[in-house]
Design a protein around this ligand. Structure first.
Ligand SMILES: C[S@@+](CC[C@H](N)C(=O)[O-])C[C@H]1O[C@@H](n2cnc3c(N)ncnc32)[C@H](O)[C@@H]1O
Length: 408
């Protein structure tokens, strides 16, 4: 799609309604039928849009996504509604009434800001993307609050706004960009724009090295449903130099107290797996203190403690066995315990979880479930066997789950 205008005509809108929810398997038949009465190009554009709306539903919910417009990159790069809504609420709580959204994409953040009652100047230099952002503000009844401007953000005067929000493009023709100076616009430009504004928020990749965080910023890592989604640098807001982990849907937010690394101790009765946002924000020490726990290894982000304490920032497991890494021993143990459902988690181990599961449970038929952690304990490759503890325990119902830890 290079032009949105044909889809916004009455004929385009009628076609969009006609193809709503089309199963990919039926697309050819639907296209053939519709092409008898409509231009082939418009039919393909409508079908393409229906596909993008289906993909976007996970980020925006089916109701909004079904009314919005997307480009393939726009779906990919947009902020999901839960995260954008949280950020907009934080802006609102700071007293912000107007925001220059620099690099607005299809409008994921602009929509959330407008829904929080904030006036938005939404800027994108890509003509199609800017047209889509405009159509989205219209479609969601937010046009009064959102002015979309097709321009290069480096040419825009933001002096009349309470805050700027910058979400640079972090994907190029060859995929994801890791060097912040290769972002468009470069991170250094975005930081300059942020420092010049009364308040600012700057969205960056969650893997950003902590050394790259300017001293004037508060850095916040945000996860949703346990998956880390992004990091944001706040200027003129929060605590400069501080780090924060925020867990959605809560929101539950943990502001770092600048604690030293927790001590390594023997594995206790419980093992806690911190949320990814806590790990990325380097706040494992704060969670360990809350749990009166320590680390199982100085390089591994698992906390161990003797007591079970409720915390939103980590998932608790009761550990029943600690074995040196040994596939045969694990297999024998699982057989003895009649385990048929095994969740494999790992942190600090190169073992492929799915492969291990196939080896230790070739024919799963036991009636019990267990979780095995492939990790290191005080430097030694170790298997910790246990089960979820606390309120979330027993939520695994059937099948075998395999998860691998991200950053250790
Ligand atoms: C990550 S996306 C923004 C996503 C948006 N926050 C959302 O939730 O939909 C980045 C956008 O920046 C735009 N962009 C990149 N460099 C730009 C520049 N110098 N001026 C204006 N827009 C730019 C791209 O066209 C792209 O749409």
């Amino acid at each position: 799609m290079t032009d949105l205008a044909p889809l916004l005509t009455p004929e385009g809108r009628a076609l969009l309604d006609a193809v709503r929810g089309t199963d990919p398997a039926d697309e050819l038949a639907v296209a053939t039928r519709l092409r008898r009465e409509h231009p082939a190009e418009l039919v393909s554009a409508a079908l393409g849009q229906a596909r993008l709306r289906q993909r976007a539903a996970v980020k925006f919910g089916a109701a909004d996504a079904g009314r919005m417009f997307f480009t393939p990159n726009g779906v990919e790069q947009s902020t999901r509604a839960s995260v954008a809504g949280y950020r907009a609420a934080r802006m609102k709580a700071l007293g912000v009434t107007s925001v220059a959204d620099l690099c607005c994409g299809i409008g994921g953040d602009a929509i959330a800001l407008a829904r929080a009652g904030i006036r938005v100047l939404a800027v994108d230099r890509d003509p199609l993307t800017a047209a889509v952002a405009r159509a989205n503000a219209d479609a969601l009844g937010l046009a009064d609050l959102v002015e979309v401007r097709e321009a290069d953000v480096t040419d825009v005067d933001t002096s009349g706004y309470d805050a700027v929000f910058v979400d640079p493009a972090r994907r190029g023709g060859r995929g994801r960009i890791f060097d912040p100076e290769a972002y468009s616009p470069p991170l250094s430009w975005a930081i300059g724009a942020a420092l010049a504004a009364p308040r600012a928020a700057l969205k960056i990749a969650p893997g950003v090295p902590h050394e790259a965080i300017p001293a004037a910023a508060e850095a916040e890592w945000i996860s949703d449903g346990g998956d880390v989604k992004e990091a944001v640098l706040w200027f003129g807001a929060g605590a400069p130099g501080a780090v924060r982990a925020t867990l959605l849907p809560g929101p539950r937010t943990l502001l770092g107290a600048g604690l030293p690394d927790p001590a390594v101790r023997l594995v206790g009765r419980y093992l806690y797996e911190p949320d990814g946002a806590v790990i990325r924000a380097h706040l494992v020490a704060d969670v360990a203190r809350e749990l009166d726990g320590g680390l199982i290894d100085e390089t591994i982000a698992y906390v161990t403690a003797d007591a079970l304490r409720a915390t939103p920032y980590a998932v608790a497991y009761e550990i029943t066995d600690q074995l040196p890494f040994n596939v045969k021993k694990l297999k024998a143990l699982l057989r003895e315990r009649e385990v048929g459902i095994l969740t494999v988690k790992k942190r600090g181990s190169a073992v492929e979880p799915e492969e291990l599961r196939r080896k230790v449970l070739p024919k799963p038929h036991g009636r019990n479930s267990a979780t095995v952690f492939l990790t290191r304990v005080a430097g030694a490759p170790t298997m910790l066997v246990g089960a979820p503890a606390g309120p979330a325990a027993g939520s695994v119902t059937a099948g075998a789950a395999v998860t691998a830890g991200g950053a250790s």
